[in-house]
Write a protein that binds this ligand. Sequence first.
Ligand SMILES: NC(=O)C1=CN([C@@H]2O[C@H](COP(=O)(O)OP(=O)(O)OC[C@H]3O[C@@H](n4cnc5c(N)ncnc54)[C@H](OP(=O)(O)O)[C@@H]3O)[C@@H](O)[C@H]2O)C=CC1
Ligand SMILES: O=C1OC[C@@H](O)[C@H](O)[C@H]1O
Length: 397
Amino acid sequence: MPYVCRWGILATGGIAESFAKDLLVDPSTRSVTKIRHTITAAASSSGASRARKFLEDLGVADSASSYGSYEELAQDPNVDIIYVATPHSHHFQNVMLCLEAGRNVLCEKAFTVNAAQTRVLIDKAREKNLFLMEAVWTRYFPLSEYLTDTILNGTIGSVQRVIADLSVPTDPDVANSESLSRIEDPKTAGGALLELGVYPINWCFQAIYNVIPADIRSPPSVKAVIKKYPSGVDETTSMILVFPRPSEYGGDAHAFATCSITPGSRWRETRAPQPSVRILGTKGELELYHPSFRPARTRLMTENGDIVEKTWPHPGPGKGSNWYNWYRDERLAEGEARGMAWQADEAATALSTDQKESSKQSLEESLVIMQVMDEVRRQGDLVYSEELESTAYPLQL
Ligand SMILES: NC(=O)C1=CN([C@@H]2O[C@H](COP(=O)(O)OP(=O)(O)OC[C@H]3O[C@@H](n4cnc5c(N)ncnc54)[C@H](OP(=O)(O)O)[C@@H]3O)[C@@H](O)[C@H]2O)C=CC1
Ligand SMILES: O=C1OC[C@@H](O)[C@H](O)[C@H]1O
């Protein structure tokens, strides 16, 4: 019998809807047979009726509880794991709430506002013997397995450089309006780095840091420049990361990670996808095509002149999801899933085998990435409010 993982969804915004839709896709469509997912509860801080409507739209309202507060969800014993889908500003408080109540957690990226908060969450999860994982969904794509294999089997030699970008413009209508969107707003810990930069940084870590034994990994040094958005968050952020490696692993590796929310920079204007991640080794190169939050195509080039192109579908049958506007290029074909369930499979598999963290991205790696982002913000003079940076709990935000 497959292990049935019972999910509680904390918040009912855009990504919560997308994740929940993908959770309900039959796992056998992606050749997963040992686990299944079910949604047993959802909570909305906007009220129980909002949570109820969310569950109705998914077609699971009859078998799931709807709550008007996150506190009630955290107390629900019919939930095996809670997916936290609030803005970055609230992750620390929300995850603490769940862990204190004895719930396992999958929390959206960016994990927290700063590394100190991530450290406290890790310690709390360990103290309570609970599962905790950052929802960097790209890490769980089959494409990521291919990336790791390609590097580990030596196909492109030793990785010397990674060049990775994610630039998604702010919605022109939103950018021109009086109110600030979540991504533009310092109060929700918005800005390019926490929203988008986390993807290029993760690709750099996957290609350089994650592929060497844990005991010889060292955090990279960081050089960064930030250009601010009018609201005070970062608009464009450019980072150079130098990963120290022993000579038998190719010596230092350089990574260039960039991100931007520059209004009007329509990166898909031409509709001709370009590589947005390039992994350059001594014997070849692996390219991942736009957008780096969901690359659907790769191109592998090796020194003997071979070129291998692959596409990476996310099988449904889902309902398709049009929850982003055209400028985010998030239109899925009818029947295609967005690809968010691979990470749910990882979490459920861990629960079924009593593992307390992801097998693909350790909590230590999430912490080091948060430390890198702290340093980027320090160099770029990007600070959020004292309460958003705080590790005090509970705190009313
Ligand atoms: N993996 C991916 O592809 C993506 C991940 N994300 C990540 O998901 C998280 C949420 O993003 P997204 O779903 O786009 O955001 P939304 O603004 O669409 O939704 C956030 C939800 O959080 C709840 N919330 C609680 N407090 C606040 C607050 N003060 N301000 C706003 N919302 C609040 C609300 O739900 P309620 O009223 O029900 O409580 C709200 O609907 C972020 O961490 C983001 O980085 C975002 C997009 C894509
Ligand atoms: O995680 C994300 O991926 C898709 C982007 O458009 C979105 O802003 C970001 O949060």
